[in-house]
Design a protein around this ligand. Structure first.
Ligand code: SF4
Length: 681
């Protein structure tokens, strides 16, 4: 199209990394440069954004389709690769039914692409469609949908600055959402907003905090329940809000009678006085905004963790007005959008349940077929089902790398290898692609057009600055070709704008948006058909589900799934500023690898001394799932009893150690608490 033909440096796109959604474009010498986007108003970008072109130009980009032949991958023409994909998936459907097929969509790809992936899965006759939100915020979404009727940030980056108090739980936005932190949170803190930080690590975010509660991983519920007890005990509840907007107060307060603030604080590994100070600050604030990250969500009680945080917000009336709310900090640049457009096993585009007959009919009117009514399998559930009776037999994985990102990764790789057929669409031969029967070379962020939805529900447009290399193709075109082969539908779309138009017809929260009108700005959901603009602060007069009232929901502590044996420590994992998720992109950036070339494990000086470990020593982390070697960083920045490392590196592959205990509601794995033995090698 005309966009692709324009000069590189005139192309305004959106950063492919985190959910902040900064505007970036091609600059000199393949460095990205910021443009004054809707989030980064002054054109600021963080180190990842600057390096965003380097993985696009990586010498190991796939430039031709690959097929598996006599024990190895060989290049093949597109037609042959697509033929094999068609026969692999069709065979599984014919022999075992559509429930034997699963698709992964990609939270780092556009809304339009994800929309097509979910449509392909549903046209095949299955709701086995998921994306990596399952691994990051599925529990947050589950709790927020239950309590408020919407699983997204209740507020916006702009209005949260009006808060008197920020409560940041299990997140490090200074490093993980750096431009949001620098542009919206840090200035407020400099202006007097109190920052409360709940996290087992002392991080870049803690350096600006007034109170740090170094919670032991897995003990958020005792901590938050104790904060609720202080709020109630000291009369800091918002009586008017509770009368008007919440039920269940009596039962909630009765449940708190058994909560002992002192004992809970000690159980959670924090100073009781610090906990009281944090609870008072939050409870006394006129406006308090809570932020929640994967430290909260990635537990087998992740949904209850978020319920405990929501309780605090409801008790104190911190919902439904500027400067308040529950604000999940989303990871991938389009993890919000992948979910919005229906890449979820239980929801159609716009979050109506697949069990909702009216919603299915609305889709059928547009699609020409009715999606299945039974919820599908989630990611992790389906990889665990391979080899079982009625398990998954064939899969299409689009831009994700479960062999690295799922917990208990050795077993995941075995399961993927055991599939009858696996097709992967990606930029590189990732660990997952290595196991595939067919690998289709797709397009990088800088080579495509479409929309992405950031952490505060703003839909923005990406524009291409380059053509895919060699025979690689635009992802939207690949998915159209796959759709045509696997279904009777035409999958005739004239670029992303026409896909977006169809999305607005089936997803009411996007109903009033227009691809053209988004232009270089944004439109925010919910934006119903007929409205003049999207809604900024949610739940003002009523919750998103239409109810004026929500319920206080008492929750009890759930012990972590892994028991600590002998002298084992708790392994918790997370990210650093310079890298992103599985590292498939950032480890291909020379700049970022120079900044942080290898992984380290943080260990507290007391734990290190007990094990004879010095700073820089190689240490072995092991448990009955696996073992990795990584060098030690001895630091009091990590709470004692816990070690921290990242999940960015394929070597060492940390996820061989993480367990696959799942949250019963959201099916999110417990990445944040694994028992490990730590020894000097
Ligand atoms: Fe990209 Fe996030 Fe950095 Fe902005 S803050 S440049 S969106 S990684």
């Amino acid at each position: 199209g005309t966009e692709a033909e324009s000069a590189f440096d005139s192309q305004k796109s959106i950063c492919p990394f985190c959910g902040v959604g900064c505007g970036i474009r091609h600059g000199n010498r393949d460095k990205a440069t910021g443009w004054a986007g809707s989030v980064n108003r002054r054109g600021e970008v963080c180190p990842k954004g600057v390096a965003a072109f380097e993985p696009v130009r990586s010498a190991d980009r796939l430039v031709r389709p690959l097929v598996y032949e006599s024990g190895t991958h060989v290049t093949a023409p597109w037609d042959e690769a697509l033929d094999r994909l068609e026969s692999g998936i069709r065979t599984a459907v014919d022999e075992h039914g559509p429930e034997a097929v699963a698709c992964f969509a990609s939270s780092s790809c556009t809304n339009e692409e994800n929309y097509l992936v979910q449509k392909i899965a549903r046209a095949l006759g299955t709701n086995n469609i998921d994306n990596c939100a399952r691994l990051c915020h599925a529990s947050t979404v589950a709790a927020m949908v239950e309590r408020f009727g919407a699983g997204a940030m209740t507020n916006t980056l702009e209005d949260v600055g009006e808060a008197d108090v920020f409560l940041v739980c299990g997140a490090n936005p200074a490093a993980q959402h750096p431009i949001a932190f620098q542009s919206y949170l840090a200035p407020a803190v400099d202006d007097g907003t109190t920052l409360l930080h709940v996290d087992p690590r002392e991080t870049e975010t803690t350096s600006k905090a007034d109170v740090h509660l170094p919670v032991t991983p897995g003990y958020d519920i005792p901590l938050l329940n104790a904060m609720a007890k202080v709020v109630v005990g000291e009369g800091l509840v918002d009586e008017a809000f509770l009368d008007d907007r919440a039920d269940g107060r009596e039962a909630f307060e009765a449940h708190l009678e058994d909560v002992d603030v002192e004992a809970n604080a000690r159980e959670a590994g924090v100073d009781p006085d610090d906990l009281r100070e944090a609870a008072r600050a939050y409870g006394e604030a006129d406006r308090a905004a809570a932020f929640t990250g994967m430290g909260m969500s990635q537990h087998h009680c992740g949904t209850d963790n978020v319920h405990a945080l929501i309780n605090l917000a409801v008790l104190t009336g911190n919902v439904g007005k500027p400067g308040t709310g529950i604000n999940p900090l989303r990871g991938q640049n389009n993890v919000q959008g992948a979910n919005d457009v229906g890449a979820r096993p239980g929801d159609l585009p716009g979050y109506d349940a697949v069990t909702d007959a009216d919603a299915r009919e609305r889709c059928a009117d547009v699609w020409g077929f009715e999606p299945p009514a039974e919820p599908g399998r989630t990611q992790v559930e389906w990889t665990r089902s391979v080899g079982e009776d009625n398990g998954i037999r064939a899969a299409v994985v689009f831009g994700e790398n479960p062999a690295v990102t799922e917990p208990n990764a050795s077993e995941v790789a075995d399961a993927l290898a055991d599939l009858d057929f696996l097709a992967v669409i990606d930029l590189y031969e990732t660990a997952t692609a290595e196991l595939a029967d067919v690998v289709l070379p797709g397009s990088a962020w800088a080579e495509k057009a479409g929309t992405v939805t950031n952490t505060d529900r703003r839909v923005q447009r990406m524009r291409p600055a380059a053509e895919p290399p060699g025979e690689a193709r635009r992802d939207l075109e690949i998915l159209q070709a796959v759709g045509r082969r696997l279904t009777d539908l035409g999958f005739e779309y004239d670029g992303p704008a026409t896909v977006f138009d169809e999305l607005t017809e089936v997803a009411p929260i996007y109903g009033g948006m227009s691809y053209e009108e988004i232009g270089e700005e944004y439109q925010r959901w919910p934006y119903p058909d007929g409205a003049n603009e999207g809604v900024d602060v949610l739940h003002t007069a009523a919750f998103a589900n239409g109810d004026r009232r929500t319920e206080l929901a008492p929750v009890d502590h759930v012990p972590p799934a892994d028991d600590l044996e002998d002298d084992q420590l708790v392994l918790t994992t997370g990210r650093v500023l310079q890298h992103f998720n599985s590292g498939a992109l950032t480890r291909r950036s020379g700049t970022l690898m120079r900044l942080r070339g290898e992984d380290v494990v943080q260990i507290h000086p007391d734990d290190a001394a007990e094990r004879g470990i010095d700073d820089g020593d190689e240490v072995q982390l092991s448990n009955d799932r696996g073992s990795v070697t990584v060098s030690a960083e001895v630091t009091a920045a990590i709470t004692s009893g816990t070690v921290f490392t990242t999940f960015h590196y394929a070597e060492p592959l940390i996820n061989v150690l993480t367990g696959d205990a799942l949250d019963p509601v959201a099916k999110i794995p417990e990445y944040k608490h694994s028992a490990v033995t730590v020894e000097s090698t």
